[in-house]
Design a protein around this ligand. Structure first.
Ligand code: PMP
Length: 399
């Protein structure tokens, strides 16, 4: 019987035969507090000062449709400068087609749908490992997926030679998802030289790089430095795509503000590509919400608020980096026989600790310390007060 038949009442018709499978598939990804949201040194969520000031400025705004369209395009105009560089040729030439998206997730989903429609034979190559939702997003968009080598468990760093082999062996013109900075979940980023080599090999193979930038600013504390990978691809004249999120670097998780941009070969392509992206969004959620985007566009287009934001990003990134150093020092002071150098070699929100699932379970059971089963620690949850407790517990389960 087709869905929509009313004969079985309003709640039954779609669920018939599915409920047991649904129960088995319950989404566990929301359990715990392991997502990449920033916490201060007291473990509390933070509302940035630039956001508070922008809130005060926009108080009482009337959210008319005409206002939202212009605010949205202002946000996009300012966001793409963060990615491609405000003085870059591609921005000056007007070659970037951008749309507001429902945070980073929504930007990825729009792109995946765009890929399926306009490159129906293509696959997406995802790093192994990657943020687990990437698998869901491209699967639901019905784009076949492959993985490419990324993390090396022995060195707890990058498996660069295998990565390059996978790039070389993929069919010409393949789509690759790359994390331009602060890779989730490993915290392992290629060096500048390695990015240059990756970009070169992409050029040889005519691959398309899609950058998912959820943590700009959190790797180095500097927004431009964290966009360095993308800038290298621009120097090599690639066409690229980019998903941006303001969830972490502006602390706007609940507002769902993001941007999807596609760099076009020339400015004539911008209008058609942007309108195709808007058509996809239209069928899914019509238009994006207006409140958060007004905050972001207010901050990015006001020199004082923007410089305040840049300082606050630096402060957040520095606190996380300080905690990395302290955690590593504390473990070394305990005479741990293991090497913990990867804690400070890795960057961004996450530390891929190398702890086994059994050790992770012991930390939860005996010490009430929680992390994902792959051993990924959210460094934003580490504070001056709890870092030595954490180091002692890790030492206890690993000695
Ligand atoms: N990409 C990556 C790599 C992420 O880690 C995240 C958040 N965990 C996102 C995208 C999505 O972020 P959001 O939708 O909250 O902006």
């Amino acid at each position: 019987e087709p869905c929509g038949s009313r004969s079985e009442g309003p709640h039954n018709w779609c669920h018939r035969g599915l409920s047991r499978r649904f129960l088995r598939q319950q989404d566990k990804s929301w359990s715990g507090n392991n997502f990449g949201a920033y916490r201060d040194d007291d473990g509390r969520p933070v509302v940035l000062q630039c956001v508070r000031e922008a809130e005060a400025r926009i108080a009482g705004s009337e959210f008319l449709e005409s206002v939202s369209a212009s605010v949205s395009s202002k946000m996009v105009e300012e966001s793409v400068k963060l990615v491609y560089g405000k003085e870059s040729d591609v921005v000056k030439e007007g070659r970037v087609a951008g749309v507001q998206a429902l945070s980073g997730t929504g930007a990825c989903r729009l792109f995946a749908e765009f890929q399926r429609r306009f490159h129906p034979e293509s696959r997406i190559y995802l790093p192994d490992p990657t943020w687990s939702n990437h698998h869901n997003i491209w699967r639901d968009a019905q784009v076949p997926e492959r993985t490419f080598h990324y993390y090396d468990p022995d060195s707890k760093g990058l498996n660069f030679s295998s990565l390059i082999d996978d790039v070389k062996n993929a069919p010409d013109g393949s789509f690759f998802l790359l994390h331009p900075c602060a890779h989730n979940p490993t915290g392992v980023d290629p060096t500048i030289e390695q990015w240059r080599e990756i970009s070169y090999q992409f050029k040889v193979k005519n691959h398309f790089p899609f950058f998912d930038m959820a943590y700009q600013g959190f790797a180095s504390g500097n927004l431009d430095q964290d966009a360095q990978a993308i800038r290298i691809f621009l120097e090599d004249d690639h066409l690229v795509g980019c998903a941006q999120s303001f969830a972490k670097n502006m602390g706007l998780y609940g507002y769902r503000v993001g941007c999807l941009s596609i760099l076009c070969a020339d400015s004539n392509q911008v209008g058609p590509i942007r309108s195709q992206l808007q058509r996809i969004a239209r069928a899914v959620y019509s238009s994006p919400p207006v409140h958060g985007v007004l905050l972001v566009s207010t901050i990015l287009s006001d020199p004082y608020l923007k410089s305040l934001w840049i300082e606050e990003v630096k402060t957040m990134a520095n606190r996380v980096r300080r905690m990395r150093t302290t955690l590593q020092d504390s473990l070394e002071r305990l005479d741990s026989p293991l090497s913990w150098e990867h804690i400070t070699n890795q960057v961004g929100f996450f530390c891929f600790s190398g702890l086994t699932p059994e050790q992770v379970n012991r930390l939860a059971r005996e010490f009430h310390i929680y992390m994902t089963h792959d051993g990924r620690i959210s460094m934003a949850g580490v504070t001056t007060d709890n870092v030595s407790y954490l180091a002692n517990a890790i030492h206890e389960v690993t000695r």
